[in-house]
Structures are given as structure tokens and as C-alpha cells.
Design a protein around this ligand. Sequence first.
Ligand code: NAD
Ligand code: IPM
Ligand code: MN
Length: 356
Amino acid sequence: MKIAVLPGDGIGPEITAEAIKVLQALGLKFELETAPVGGAAYEAAGHPLPEATLNLAKASDAILFGAVGDWKYDQLDRPLRPEQAILGLRKALSLFANFRPAICYEQLVDASSLKPELVAGLDILIIRELTGDIYFGQPRGRRTAADGHFPGAEEAFDTMRYSRPEIERIARVAFEAARKRNKKVTSVDKANVLETFQLWKDVVAEVHRDYPDVALDHMYVDNAAMQLVKAPKAFDVIVTGNMFGDILSDEASMLTGSIGMLPSASLNDKKQGLYEPSHGSAPDIAGKGVANPLATILSAAMMLRFSLGQPEAADRIEAAVKQVLAQGLRTPDIYSAGTTKVGTVQMGDAVVNALR
Ligand code: NAD
Ligand code: IPM
Ligand code: MN
């Protein structure tokens, strides 16, 4: 089992180190190989996704990814910015299916910014399409406007687009996932305004005919954003496009207590996967030893389950995380009165101890 480890920037190296510690405590045989990515790779090799890093990722069964990005790179030409590394990996490996489960562990009900009764027992799965949409659509750029309200002014443009096969395959992923859960899919779109999402809605409804045992409803994204904080437990599986999924998954993270709790898996049709926390490099807390490593540790559990054929090991990690939370250990982002504040390394150590 070959795992490419790409720690990246900001808190990336801190949280990845804890996930590796946990993986190594399982007593399984892994071949781990680390490579630079993001701003760190730009510094070392002049490019956020050096060819050697990309080749390592392609040659691995799974990739454990920390996070990339820092404000200090915001003025670089876009192809050289750290974020291009994660976008480039997703595209190059065709990692079109992004799973972002939002689970509120019973011990963290008080850490959520919502009322306890709204989040207790919450277990929803956001499935975000990851290689299409306005993120990758061409053309895009800047130019002088030829028409519109201000002809002659500088303008910028991006292209939102989805093809039928792209929508079909992510819809199938969502219906298959729902079959193993509560058999309900909510497809989130903006079909009332956008052609892209009218096609999305039509194709999801067509694919649904092959899954009569799964309930499907359609919801506009603005309403979905509202419903997520009004009655989040009404959802089971949410399937949506790349940009809406990005936004809704950060929103959903607060239902679980913190963005530091939200893992993710990004899969292609060969079950090769990239595993990363849903959050970013958190430059505001980087180097302080306070970042929550649990999203990354839980991403490693998803890696064992989805790409490495080790579901029991994944269960063990998830049980260890629950045990540590039950012991009352909390990084600052999930702290509440009556619990014990710990740092990144202590939290990782506690998970390792709980595994034993
Ligand atoms: P962010 O997710 O990095 O941080 C948002 C807030 O959440 C910050 O206050 C941060 O301290 C907090 N936070 C995030 N992860 C945490 C953790 N594990 N424990 C405790 N607190 C945590 O989002 P941002 O600030 O908008 O972006 C920072 C940089 O990260 C940007 O360069 C952005 O492009 C990049 N980014 C990268 C990824 C990725 O690598 N996949 C994802 C999102 C953002
Ligand atoms: C995420 C991040 C990325 C995204 C950025 C860093 C490119 O926000 O993984 O959620 O927008 O997909
Ligand atoms: Mn995001």
C-alpha cells in the first residue's frame, strides 16, 4: 500500500504529521513517501505542483494531503499559486467525486454554533462534484469589456459548465451512497437562473429512474444554505456542483462543531483517492501547535476504507477519535466549558493511545 504524503503549507505539516502517527500505530505495512506541494513546493522547486510530486501521486494507491495556500502568494500569477496544486491534482487524477461527511459526534454537540437539539445525531454526506463547474470552465480571464453596462471598462469572466456525462457519473455516486445510508438524495442546484444547473437537475432526475428505492428531491442552493442551519437533520445525501459544494461543506462543518472536524475523500473511478481535511492551511494559527488534527486523522480513516481495503482499521481510528472526545480532550476550536484544552500533538498522541 503506497501512500503519497503531501503536507503543504500553513498547518498542513502539523496536522499531516498527526495523521501519519495514527496510521503508523495501526501495525499495518505502508510505504509512505513525502513530497512538497503548494507554496512549499513553489519555494523549493519554483512550482506548486512539481512534476515529481504529480508523478508520485499518480503512482500511489492513495494521497494524504494536508493543505495549501498562504496570503503571501496571492500576488503570484495564478498558475504559480499554491491552490493550483490541489486543483491540478484533482484534475490530473480525475478525482471527480468528493465525499464530505458532516457528522456531529455526541460529545461535540455543545461545540456547534447551533442549538444542541438541531445537531445531536447529525450524520449527513455532502457529495461535491470536483473536476468541473466554474472552477475549470473555459474561457476565463480579464479583458476590456466590449458591451454590458460599462463598455471599455476592465472586466473579468469565468465559465460555468457541466456536460451530461459529468453530471451522470456524480449522480450515480450519490444514489449509490444513499443506498447504503438513509436512501435520500437532495440535489442542490440553481436551475431557476442558470442553464448549467437546469441540465444538472434534468440529468439527476433521469439517473434517478435507475434508483427507485432512493428518494430524490431538488433544492435551490440559497434555500439549501438556509435549510442546513434550520433543520440539518432533514438531509441525508446532498449532491451538488463544485462551487456550491465548496460553500455548503464549509457551512455544514459548523454543524459538527468545527471545520477542524470535517474530513474528505476525493475519488476517481479507479477508487484511487486523495484524502484531505475540508479546511485550508489556516495561516492565522499555523506554527502555534493548536490546529485540530482530527479532520486529517478522519480523512486517513476514509483512505483506509475507500482506497486501501482496510475497513476494520478505519473503524478503529474512528472509534479512537470518539474515545478521545469522550475523555474530554479538545483543541481550542472545539473547546467548551468543562473540557480539557490540548494542542495538535497532544490530540494526535491521545488518538494513538486510544488505538492501543
Ligand atoms: P481555512 O480553512 O484555512 O481557515 C478558516 C478558519 O478556520 C481560520 O480561522 C482557521 O484558523 C480555522 N481553521 C481551519 N482549519 C482548522 C483546524 N484544523 N483547526 C482549527 N482551526 C482551523 O480557510 P481560509 O482562511 O479562507 O484560507 C486559508 C488558505 O487556505 C488560503 O490560501 C486558501 O486558498 C487555502 N485553502 C486551501 C484548501 C486546501 O488545501 N484544500 C482548502 C481551503 C482553503
Ligand atoms: C477546498 C478548497 C479549495 C476549493 C481551494 C483551496 C482551491 O477551498 O478544498 O474546499 O475551492 O476546492
Ligand atoms: Mn473550500
